[in-house]
Write a protein that binds this ligand. Structure first.
Ligand code: ARG
Length: 459
């Protein structure tokens, strides 16, 4: 098969080399962008009188036909044609004859591939933003629905203080909203039109790059032809934002895994989002959460692969850059499906409430409230801490929880304790008192729900 670049070659390509060099197995997914970009380029060439209107018409018609062939699964991919660009160009020549050869005027595959991945990625980032928004709305809905559900809050994975489940869910929502902002910011640098840089130096033809940008809905053109063909910062930024999304999902998944164990007993996943064991009939496993946690590794891996790919590349285009696509596509696909699966899993899960007695009886969740109580009675916090520590030690010795300590016993620990201490140690009052901005008091959380609801509505 004659290569579009074959002019100066006497021998044909080794078949091993051909296979090694081909990217069509993965870059074929770019076909719609490649064709849309070519149509815009062709229209620009005609507008700038670089090709004739009749030629442009023929080329555009051929490209549209090729797009239909792809859409309907009729396009015949040829590996020996290396990549998506040459597969399309060679089919165009079959369809419309030698005039097809005019399409590549003032263009190179180097700027063409940059255009394709920018168009692809801006669409995909749009999809990911929608997925995050969907998940955000789910979390907000769950926070509303479970507003009276109290859980133990943890630090060091040790029971710390009671919090509202809603507060916990909204903490995760905050993370996902930052993820959205990061992607939106990254989108600004994805959405830049590189075509016209040609191989690296720009072109001799009087092209109108702004016109191409307008046709393809890019708000800006790139400003340096060498940077245009070699810049992959936007991919790295995207993969870094994607890694942070996965890290957030993975942390949440870790909690889902822990919470669904009988040791925590705080969540039950729906049958639709769990799997069984092929040997142990009693098992219901949180596999979606584990898979998402596991897939986080490959997304980090892609980020590192891209950073490493770029670190020693001299300007401008180098063929190494072909290796950017598989990590990119894998990251896009992984993040999208993980967000969707997580959404389905969490939406259909049942949060299991522990009784107030159970919350009260384990882990001294309100010990800090006792210390705060003593501060209210005039003790410095450090002293209050010490007395409360002794109270806990007393409880451990006498096998009691804080609610079982009588007023007389409290008074023995410190004369500062008065009747109203008993009030302070209830789980509900502990929550209610956390009214500092950003705290877990019910009224604060309700306010946050309202704020976030407005924010999500605007998004
Ligand atoms: N398949 C190539 C890539 O992904 C397209 C650009 C090829 N350019 C070249 N000079 N061989 O980067």
């Amino acid at each position: 098969m004659k290569k579009p670049w074959g002019g100066r070659f006497q021998q044909s390509t080794d078949s091993l080399m051909e296979r090694f060099s081909a990217s069509i197995s993965f870059d074929r997914i770019l076909y719609a962008y490649d064709i849309e970009g070519s149509i815009a380029h062709c229209k620009m060439l005609a507008k700038c009188k670089i090709i004739k209107p009749a030629e442009a018409k023929k080329i555009v018609g051929g490209l549209q036909r090729i797009a239909r062939e792809f859409d309907e699964g009729r396009f015949e991919i040829r590996e020996e044609l290396e990549d998506i660009h040459m597969n399309i160009e060679s089919r165009l020549a079959e369809l419309i004859g030698p005039v097809a050869g005019k399409l590549h005027t003032a263009r190179s595959r180097n700027d063409q591939i940059c255009l394709d991945i920018r168009m692809y990625l801006r669409d995909e980032v749009g999809e990911i933003l929608k997925e995050i928004l969907r998940l955000g709305k789910t979390l907000l809905g769950l926070a509303k629905k479970n507003i009276d559900h109290i859980i133990p809050g943890y630090t060091h994975l040790q029971r710390a203080q009671p919090v509202l489940l809603s507060h916990h869910l909204l903490a995760h929502l905050e993370m996902f909203l930052r993820d959205r902002e990061r992607l939106q910011d990254c989108l600004k640098r994805i959405n830049i039109m590189p075509l016209g840089a040609a191989a690296l130096a720009g072109t001799n033809f009087p092209i109108d790059r702004n016109y191409t940008a307008k046709l393809l809905k890019f708000p800006e053109v790139s400003h340096n032809s060498m940077d245009s063909v070699s810049d992959r910062d936007f991919l790295i930024e995207f993969c870094s934002a994607a890694s942070i999304i996965m890290m957030h999902l993975s942390r949440f998944c870790e909690e889902v895994v822990l919470w669904s164990s009988s040791e925590f007993d705080m969540i039950e996943l729906s049958d639709a989002f769990s799997t069984g064991s092929s040997i142990m009939p009693q098992k219901k496993n949180p596999d979606p959460a584990e898979l998402i946690r596991g897939k986080t590794g490959r997304v980090y891996g892609s980020l590192v692969a891209l950073l490493t790919l770029m670190k020693s590349l001299p300007l401008a285009y180098n063929r190494d850059l072909q290796e950017d696509k598989e990590p990119l596509f894998d990251t896009v696909n992984t993040v999208k499906i993980c967000l969707a699966v997580f959404n389905g899993m969490i939406q259909s899960a049942k949060f299991k409430k522990a009784s107030p007695e159970k919350l009260q009886s384990e882990g001294f969740l309100t010990a800090t409230d006792i210390a705060d109580y003593l501060v209210l009675k005039g003790l410095p916090f450090r002293e209050a801490h010490e007395i409360t520590g002794k109270t806990v030690a007393y409880c451990l010795q006498s096998k009691k929880n804080l609610a079982q300590v009588s007023l007389a016993e409290f008074k023995k620990l410190s004369p500062k304790f008065k009747e109203d201490v008993l009030d302070h140690i209830s789980i509900e009052s502990s929550i209610q008192r956390k009214a500092s901005y950003g705290g877990t008091a019910r009224k604060n959380v309700v306010e946050q729900i309202e704020r976030l609801q407005k924010k999500l509505k605007k998004a």
